[in-house]
Ligand binder design. Sequence first.
Ligand SMILES: [Fe+2]
Ligand SMILES: [Fe+2]
Length: 234
Amino acid sequence: MNNEFVRPVRKRLCEGIETDFYELNDSAHTVVMISTMAPGAIATAHEHDQTQIGLCLSGSFEMSVGGETQRMDALQNCYWAAGGVPHEGRNNSGAPAVTLDIKRDQQATDVQLTAFPMSEIFMAPSRPKSIKGGLDLWFFVGPWFEVMFSNLSPGALMPLHAHRGVQIGIGLTGSYTMEIGEASQDFRKHDVYFADEHVPHSGFNGTDTDATSLNIFIPPRWNLLPIKERPIAL
Ligand SMILES: [Fe+2]
Ligand SMILES: [Fe+2]
Protein backbone atom coordinates (compact mmCIF):
# COMPACT_ATOMS: atom_id res chain seq x y z
CA MET A 1 0.00 0.00 0.00
CA ASN A 2 1.59 3.28 -1.12
CA ASN A 3 0.11 5.78 1.29
CA GLU A 4 3.28 7.24 2.78
CA PHE A 5 2.79 10.67 1.21
CA VAL A 6 -0.83 11.58 0.76
CA ARG A 7 -2.30 13.85 -1.91
CA PRO A 8 -5.15 16.07 -0.72
CA VAL A 9 -8.59 16.54 -2.21
CA ARG A 10 -10.08 20.02 -1.74
CA LYS A 11 -13.73 20.43 -0.73
CA ARG A 12 -15.94 23.16 0.69
CA LEU A 13 -18.02 21.70 3.51
CA CYS A 14 -19.46 24.85 5.08
CA GLU A 15 -19.78 28.44 3.86
CA GLY A 16 -16.39 30.11 4.23
CA ILE A 17 -14.40 26.92 5.00
CA GLU A 18 -12.11 25.35 2.36
CA THR A 19 -10.71 21.98 3.41
CA ASP A 20 -7.92 19.82 2.01
CA PHE A 21 -8.70 16.18 2.86
CA TYR A 22 -5.82 13.72 3.19
CA GLU A 23 -7.15 10.16 3.45
CA LEU A 24 -4.50 7.88 4.94
CA ASN A 25 -6.23 4.61 3.90
CA ASP A 26 -5.22 2.94 7.16
CA SER A 27 -7.23 0.49 9.26
CA ALA A 28 -8.62 3.33 11.48
CA HIS A 29 -9.79 5.26 8.36
CA THR A 30 -7.81 8.29 9.45
CA VAL A 31 -8.42 11.57 7.62
CA VAL A 32 -6.23 14.64 8.10
CA MET A 33 -7.97 17.92 7.27
CA ILE A 34 -6.29 21.28 6.79
CA SER A 35 -8.88 24.06 6.48
CA THR A 36 -8.88 27.77 5.88
CA MET A 37 -11.69 29.46 7.80
CA ALA A 38 -12.75 32.87 6.55
CA PRO A 39 -13.56 35.51 9.20
CA GLY A 40 -17.06 34.80 10.53
CA ALA A 41 -17.12 31.17 9.26
CA ILE A 42 -18.73 28.54 11.50
CA ALA A 43 -18.30 24.77 11.48
CA THR A 44 -21.74 24.29 13.05
CA ALA A 45 -22.24 22.02 16.06
CA HIS A 46 -22.13 18.36 15.05
CA GLU A 47 -21.11 14.98 16.38
CA HIS A 48 -19.87 11.76 14.82
CA ASP A 49 -18.78 8.30 15.86
CA GLN A 50 -15.19 9.05 14.97
CA THR A 51 -12.84 10.69 17.41
CA GLN A 52 -11.25 14.03 16.46
CA ILE A 53 -8.05 15.85 17.38
CA GLY A 54 -7.55 19.48 16.37
CA LEU A 55 -5.54 22.65 16.70
CA CYS A 56 -4.89 25.98 15.04
CA LEU A 57 -2.01 26.30 12.54
CA SER A 58 -2.27 30.04 11.92
CA GLY A 59 -4.50 32.87 13.10
CA SER A 60 -7.04 32.09 15.78
CA PHE A 61 -10.55 30.61 16.17
CA GLU A 62 -12.89 29.48 18.94
CA MET A 63 -13.60 25.81 19.63
CA SER A 64 -16.40 24.31 21.74
CA VAL A 65 -16.29 20.63 22.69
CA GLY A 66 -18.97 19.08 24.91
CA GLY A 67 -19.96 22.50 26.28
CA GLU A 68 -16.41 23.72 27.01
CA THR A 69 -15.06 26.57 24.92
CA GLN A 70 -11.51 27.75 24.38
CA ARG A 71 -9.87 30.24 22.05
CA MET A 72 -7.44 28.32 19.83
CA ASP A 73 -4.30 30.26 18.91
CA ALA A 74 -1.71 28.99 16.41
CA LEU A 75 0.19 26.05 17.96
CA GLN A 76 -0.75 27.23 21.47
CA ASN A 77 -3.37 24.62 22.39
CA CYS A 78 -4.96 21.42 21.14
CA TYR A 79 -8.32 19.72 21.73
CA TRP A 80 -9.74 16.27 21.32
CA ALA A 81 -13.37 15.14 21.04
CA ALA A 82 -14.35 11.53 21.73
CA GLY A 83 -16.87 9.85 19.42
CA GLY A 84 -20.42 11.19 20.01
CA VAL A 85 -19.31 14.40 21.74
CA PRO A 86 -20.81 17.51 20.05
CA HIS A 87 -18.34 20.16 18.91
CA GLU A 88 -18.30 23.43 16.99
CA GLY A 89 -15.66 25.78 15.59
CA ARG A 90 -16.12 29.45 14.77
CA ASN A 91 -13.78 32.11 13.55
CA ASN A 92 -14.58 35.33 15.41
CA SER A 93 -11.05 36.66 15.05
CA GLY A 94 -11.64 39.03 12.11
CA ALA A 95 -8.84 37.38 10.06
CA PRO A 96 -8.50 34.01 8.27
CA ALA A 97 -7.53 31.02 10.40
CA VAL A 98 -5.90 27.76 9.27
CA THR A 99 -6.96 24.72 11.25
CA LEU A 100 -5.82 21.10 11.48
CA ASP A 101 -8.25 18.28 12.31
CA ILE A 102 -7.58 14.56 12.44
CA LYS A 103 -10.54 12.20 12.44
CA ARG A 104 -10.34 8.44 12.87
CA ASP A 105 -12.39 5.48 14.03
CA GLN A 106 -12.26 5.04 17.78
CA GLN A 107 -9.98 2.14 18.74
CA ALA A 108 -9.93 -0.23 21.71
CA THR A 109 -6.55 1.30 22.62
CA ASP A 110 -8.03 4.83 22.98
CA VAL A 111 -7.75 4.70 26.78
CA GLN A 112 -5.72 6.76 29.24
CA LEU A 113 -2.07 5.97 28.45
CA THR A 114 -0.52 9.25 29.64
CA ALA A 115 -1.00 11.55 32.63
CA PHE A 116 -3.66 13.51 30.66
CA PRO A 117 -7.13 12.43 31.88
CA MET A 118 -9.78 11.12 29.44
CA SER A 119 -12.25 13.66 30.94
CA GLU A 120 -10.21 16.70 29.86
CA ILE A 121 -10.42 18.28 26.43
CA PHE A 122 -7.86 21.04 25.94
CA MET A 123 -4.08 20.53 26.10
CA ALA A 124 -1.32 23.11 26.61
CA PRO A 125 2.19 22.58 25.15
CA SER A 126 4.76 20.66 27.21
CA ARG A 127 8.09 22.20 28.09
CA PRO A 128 10.46 22.19 25.07
CA LYS A 129 13.50 19.92 25.02
CA SER A 130 16.57 19.72 22.84
CA ILE A 131 18.02 16.46 21.63
CA LYS A 132 21.57 15.96 20.44
CA GLY A 133 21.93 16.32 16.68
CA GLY A 134 19.95 19.55 16.23
CA LEU A 135 16.43 18.44 17.12
CA ASP A 136 14.16 20.61 19.30
CA LEU A 137 10.74 19.35 20.32
CA TRP A 138 7.71 19.81 22.52
CA PHE A 139 4.35 18.05 22.80
CA PHE A 140 0.62 18.31 23.18
CA VAL A 141 0.05 15.18 25.26
CA GLY A 142 -3.44 13.74 24.91
CA PRO A 143 -4.77 10.63 26.72
CA TRP A 144 -4.01 8.13 23.91
CA PHE A 145 -2.08 10.26 21.42
CA GLU A 146 0.64 12.84 21.38
CA VAL A 147 1.29 15.67 18.94
CA MET A 148 5.00 16.45 18.73
CA PHE A 149 6.22 19.76 17.34
CA SER A 150 9.72 19.28 15.98
CA ASN A 151 12.32 21.62 14.62
CA LEU A 152 15.10 20.06 12.56
CA SER A 153 17.90 22.62 12.35
CA PRO A 154 20.12 22.66 9.22
CA GLY A 155 22.04 19.34 9.05
CA ALA A 156 19.83 17.65 11.69
CA LEU A 157 19.08 13.95 11.24
CA MET A 158 16.28 11.84 12.69
CA PRO A 159 17.96 8.46 12.17
CA LEU A 160 16.18 5.56 10.45
CA HIS A 161 13.99 3.71 12.96
CA ALA A 162 10.73 1.75 13.17
CA HIS A 163 8.24 1.22 15.98
CA ARG A 164 4.87 -0.06 17.07
CA GLY A 165 2.05 2.47 16.64
CA VAL A 166 1.42 4.85 13.77
CA GLN A 167 3.05 8.20 13.07
CA ILE A 168 1.46 10.98 11.03
CA GLY A 169 3.30 14.15 9.99
CA ILE A 170 2.28 17.61 8.81
CA GLY A 171 4.88 19.99 7.38
CA LEU A 172 4.85 23.53 8.79
CA THR A 173 7.87 25.60 7.69
CA GLY A 174 11.03 24.98 5.70
CA SER A 175 11.63 21.57 4.13
CA TYR A 176 13.46 18.35 4.86
CA THR A 177 13.91 14.95 3.27
CA MET A 178 11.49 12.43 4.74
CA GLU A 179 11.97 8.73 3.98
CA ILE A 180 9.29 6.15 4.76
CA GLY A 181 9.77 2.57 3.63
CA GLU A 182 10.75 2.77 -0.04
CA ALA A 183 9.34 6.29 -0.49
CA SER A 184 11.24 9.56 -0.10
CA GLN A 185 10.00 13.12 -0.47
CA ASP A 186 11.07 16.70 -0.04
CA PHE A 187 8.63 17.39 2.81
CA ARG A 188 7.14 20.90 2.93
CA LYS A 189 4.40 23.11 4.37
CA HIS A 190 1.06 21.25 4.59
CA ASP A 191 2.49 18.02 3.16
CA VAL A 192 1.21 14.98 5.07
CA TYR A 193 3.05 11.71 5.66
CA PHE A 194 1.90 8.44 7.16
CA ALA A 195 4.29 5.90 8.69
CA ASP A 196 2.30 2.77 9.51
CA GLU A 197 3.32 0.45 12.36
CA HIS A 198 6.82 -1.00 11.98
CA VAL A 199 7.56 0.86 8.71
CA PRO A 200 11.10 2.31 8.93
CA HIS A 201 11.38 6.08 8.52
CA SER A 202 13.93 8.87 8.83
CA GLY A 203 14.22 12.64 8.39
CA PHE A 204 17.16 14.79 7.34
CA ASN A 205 17.35 18.54 6.91
CA GLY A 206 19.87 19.15 4.13
CA THR A 207 18.79 22.77 3.68
CA ASP A 208 20.25 25.85 5.36
CA THR A 209 17.05 26.85 7.18
CA ASP A 210 15.09 25.29 10.06
CA ALA A 211 12.35 22.80 9.16
CA THR A 212 9.37 22.49 11.49
CA SER A 213 6.59 19.90 11.49
CA LEU A 214 3.91 18.28 13.63
CA ASN A 215 4.24 14.54 14.22
CA ILE A 216 1.33 12.64 15.73
CA PHE A 217 1.96 9.36 17.54
CA ILE A 218 -0.90 6.92 18.25
CA PRO A 219 -0.46 5.46 20.81
CA PRO A 220 2.04 7.89 22.41
CA ARG A 221 5.73 6.99 22.46
CA TRP A 222 7.39 9.71 24.50
CA ASN A 223 4.89 10.47 27.29
CA LEU A 224 3.45 7.08 28.29
CA LEU A 225 2.52 6.29 31.89
CA PRO A 226 4.78 3.69 33.56
CA ILE A 227 3.81 0.18 32.39
CA LYS A 228 2.13 -0.74 35.73
CA GLU A 229 -0.16 2.31 35.58
CA ARG A 230 -1.49 1.68 32.08
CA PRO A 231 -4.96 0.15 31.86
CA ILE A 232 -3.89 -2.04 28.92
CA ALA A 233 -0.68 -3.74 27.89
CA LEU A 234 1.11 -2.04 25.02
FE1 LIG B 1 -16.11 17.00 13.77
FE1 LIG C 1 9.09 7.42 14.38
